[in-house]
Write a protein that binds this ligand. Sequence first.
Ligand code: NAP
Ligand code: G4F
Length: 323
Amino acid sequence: MRKRALITGITGQDGSYLAEHLLDQGYEVVGMLRRSSTLNFERIDHIQDRLTLVSGDLLDEVSLIGLLKEHRPTEVYNLAAQSFVQTSWGQPVLTGETTALGVTRLLDAIRMVDPEIRFYQASSSEMFGKVHEVPQRETTPFYPRSPYGVAKVYGHWITVNYRESYGLHASSGMLFNHESPRRGLEFVTRKVTHAVARIASGIDDKLALGNLDAQRDWGYAADYVRAMWLMLQQDNADDYVVATGETHSVRELCEAAFGHAGLDWQEHVVVDERFLRPAEVDLLVGDPTKAREVLGWEREVDFAGLVAMMVDADRALLRERLR
Ligand code: NAP
Ligand code: G4F
């Protein structure tokens, strides 16, 4: 029988890459969309005719129950969230409703409609926050530093709890930052590569950023969605760190991205306090040993390759727009 997967957050960065991966594996892919006043299919335009797009919202449990009953997926990937850390201070309740309680709504819908469904929860390295150990692994205690991080800790533990309480095949991927040319423009990698394209073509001259000292373990999104899928192919559900094992500062990101376009970042980057956060996560670096040994997962793209790919893509996109 053909496998059928439901992806929440199909219009997001990871949703689009995961949908491509599942289609390649022969799945029927059902993507859940929330209602908006304009279409938001930029990232899934190229595969839209191969997807079944359905309406639902993590804030509305009835919509989740209805679409599980109607579409009968065998796997559910919960990628939907209010995912921007900075916004979570301005909208902490919405972030909690979506990113935390949304997970319970979906797990409960699965429990009621079909407890045989395999479930993936998009957990985050933000849960480690003010880190207790370096590198961070599955057993590292959590210390979230933002309403987003707190919400993800809730989503993680409710996933573990439904696995232990009801025997659901529910796995949690503790994914470190992963980026791509499809990354939202508000996240620092894309903000930088988008600015590099504009500065290299003479449209802008300055880029305002916040904390240049923050360090992140940045990988490539298309590599990371393979790990999500692998988790649901295991006999037993479990939790996994997915990371590169390398960390780089925002300053190094600027150096690499501007350097790739033949520019000196120090001539263009300015620090603007508006982009500093009330509480910062200073250093993230993950240990992906378990994912490598149990899932056989390996990343294919390294930091330099990722930055070059994103700068090239933003420069090509800009050329296209200016034509
Ligand atoms: P993203 O690009 O921001 O996508 C988020 C998706 O969630 C969008 O499709 C969005 O729909 C949808 N969404 C938001 N609120 C919703 C609601 N109430 N009901 C239904 N859908 C809703 O995020 P991403 O980078 O792909 O990340 C995917 C998941 O992984 C998120 O849960 C994120 O928190 C988590 N994560 C990401 C990273 C990373 O580095 N990318 C690392 C760890 C964990 P619209 O298009 O309508 O806004
Ligand atoms: O790109 P960011 O906004 O990503 P952040 O906060 O690490 O969160 C991302 O990764 C998490 C995994 O750890 C995901 F769960 C989450 O959904 C999201 O995908 O910021 C990265 C770092 C931060 O330390 C931030 O303070 O870059 C620093 N930064 C410096 N200047 C900036 C800026 N971040 C942004 N967005 N914009 C700036 O101007």
